[in-house]
Design a protein around this ligand. Structure first.
Ligand SMILES: CC(C)(COP(=O)(O)OP(=O)(O)OC[C@H]1O[C@@H](n2cnc3c(N)ncnc32)[C@H](O)[C@@H]1OP(=O)(O)O)[C@@H](O)C(=O)NCCC(=O)NCCS
Length: 186
């Protein structure tokens, strides 16, 4: 079994975060963008890292990164990316689960994000977590002229949400387990 842990991005992993961003998101954020999120009390900038229990010489590899901003009562999910060689193993859903838990822990009521209309993988992932399309921003992505879908997921503050979250966390751990990961998620 390979070990996976969730945590916040720390400055020592900024270079790894930038590399992952460039490979998976085409260079969405630069160094100052990541540093700003690390410094902001309103941001949850989370990472999944592989724990190399058998070799303490190596730092844990950064395999996925996600970010959510708390704005009023809303969680704006601004970033979610999984290293190319590790996609389709359950890391994306595990990290999304962690971001939604962080939003719930902050007392936020709903989550929102923008996604390219062509990004079927991400849309399928968000729909699994109850996100629904609330609108469309025309030509939102300047470099391609592609539209964005605006997705929303309400109910984060409802009394039954912790039970939903627990089910998602279990499903995420099970999914990772089937891909050979032991996940020490919160
Ligand atoms: C979107 C992304 C984060 C998904 O991460 P992932 O670790 O591959 O996803 P998971 O393995 O956790 O998959 C969870 C669910 O998402 C959906 N999904 C993920 N990849 C998919 C694909 N290629 N095609 C269709 N559905 C997909 C499925 O519903 C899947 O559940 P299943 O495995 O039970 O079918 C990843 O593809 C990625 O980093 N893409 C590039 C960056 C990006 O587009 N980020 C989103 C910006 S809004």
């Amino acid at each position: 079994m390979r070990n996976l842990q969730v945590g916040v991005l720390t400055p020592q992993y900024l270079t790894a975060a930038l590399d992952l961003d460039r490979r998976c998101l085409g260079g969405l954020w630069h160094l100052d963008g990541y540093q700003r999120e690390i410094d902001s009390p309103n941001s949850d900038l989370l990472v999944l890292q592989r724990l190399e229990a058998s070799d303490t010489r190596h730092s844990p590899s950064l395999l996925a990164i996600g970010c959510s901003w708390a704005i009023l009562e809303e969680a704006h999910i601004t970033l979610l990316a999984v290293e190319l060689d590790y996609q389709r193993q359950g890391l994306g859903q595990a990290l999304l689960c962690c971001l939604l838990k962080a939003a719930h822990d902050r007392g936020l009521e709903r989550a929102t994000l923008e996604v390219r209309v062509s990004n079927q993988a991400a849309i399928a992932l968000y729909e699994k977590f109850g996100f629904q399309t609330a609108g469309r921003r025309k030509r939102y992505y300047a470099e391609t002229g592609e539209d964005a879908l605006v997705l929303w997921r309400g109910g984060l503050h409802h009394p039954h949400f912790p039970a939903t979250l627990a089910n998602w966390q279990q499903a995420a751990s099970d999914r990772l387990g089937r891909s050979g990961w032991q996940f020490n998620g919160k």
